[in-house]
Design a protein. Sequence first.
Length: 512
Amino acid sequence: MGSQPQPELDEKLAAVLSICRKMNCERELSPLLDLIAHEATDLLDCERARIFLLDPERNELWSRVAHGSDELFRWDARLGIAGEAVTTGRPVNVEDAYQDSRFYSAIDDRTGYRTRTVLAIPLRSQRAGIIGAFEVLNKRSGTFSPRDEETLESLAAHAANAIETALLIAALRRSQDEIAEQNALLRHEVESRYSTHGIVGTGPRIQQIVRLIERIRDSAVNVLITGESGTGKEMAARAVHYTSPRAHKPFVALNCAALPETLVESELFGIEGSVDNGVNSREGQFQKANGGTILLDEIGDLSLTAQARILRVLQERVVERVGGSTSIPVDVRLLAATNKDLESEIARGAFREDLYYRIKVIHIHMPPLREMRDEIPLLANHFLKEYGRESGRAPLQFSIEVLRRLTAAPWPGNVRQLRNEVIRVAACARGNTILEEDLVESAPPAPPPAASALRAARPSRPQHLKDAVEALEREMIAEALHTTRNNQQQSARRLGLSRQGLINKIKRYNLG
């Protein structure tokens, strides 16, 4: 192999470096391929240049039929001069294409072009190995020389990495588009489920609630949602959020009754960490809901201290973390829910009157199921269909007798209890129609023995005041334990007792 004159070598090297700079500025695959092909024809003094990319899963080479075209041409990666370069991993230099048995003329047939001389170099990236082939066609004078091979190999090495980068960027964009599409679908599903369309019911009381939520959809006023346990207060709160302009911002729901008194403020407002005490800073729920909506469920169970701090947040739109002194701005819409009579709580000094009027700008009351018996068949069928979709079971239906039984049941746990019972009986059903015998294992539970027995045994006119007080105390404790599912801390809070005081009374009245 003869030596190449230094000026010519320097000129070729400078040209390759110039092309590399141009390639590094292009991240779109189609313009990049056109750029490389155009620059290669000038660099190697030939008529055309083509890049064929390898599809390893299908073992095919593919290329666009012409520069700037979206039409793709695919063929078996073992065919043609390019296929030879990909298969062997070595350059292939052909002086007369139509006299070479490896030449694949289908591309010429498609384009009408006549190939004479061919130089093909495998495209080899640092990460994935051979990713295709780089061909130059029809040297303008003579045939492609060994120096042309060296030049094209140098250009191909840089081109392979630029092409691989463009392919990775394109794959990343496709993934981002797919994720964005999936997020849009999920958001649409969530908004549909939790908007007013997700509130099931055709009766006047439910429709009145739906109309009220629709009327306040464009406002940011605070809302108080009241109702017994299980009546759908959180569903109403989500409907308020997802029909409002804040729907794309966070919705944070916090059950205040489930928080120990010592953790309420840190959970709501966060903790300011420091190196001295070894505590890491942590955002509170108000900060997490910034820009969106926070639901404080069972707000009536908060201490007066926590109530005062919430009032300050509503008035000044700032929070201070526990242990901190910096005021952090927050933009939060407050929704509050409770099954307590807050006006009675105010009368006995357990709830702040100023906070009550702050949160009760709009009042939504969720009626108990016993007051909407006409809605029970509709709700039961809705929950049955919902179970069928989530479980993938064949469509189920209730018999007329079962719907009558469900409609007549007391449902002390309201809609939540009805939903759980429908799911349970559907899971146990032996056929596609749920019959009365399927209810045997899933009958709505009776009130707790202690509470019902006390109601029946309580004399209408007790002979002694002490006996009447004890009977009432036993009944109230039994009902509180039932309502809180035997959570002694919550029961004590509801009854205005200390936890130890409640434990002593449970032992005294043998209610354990």
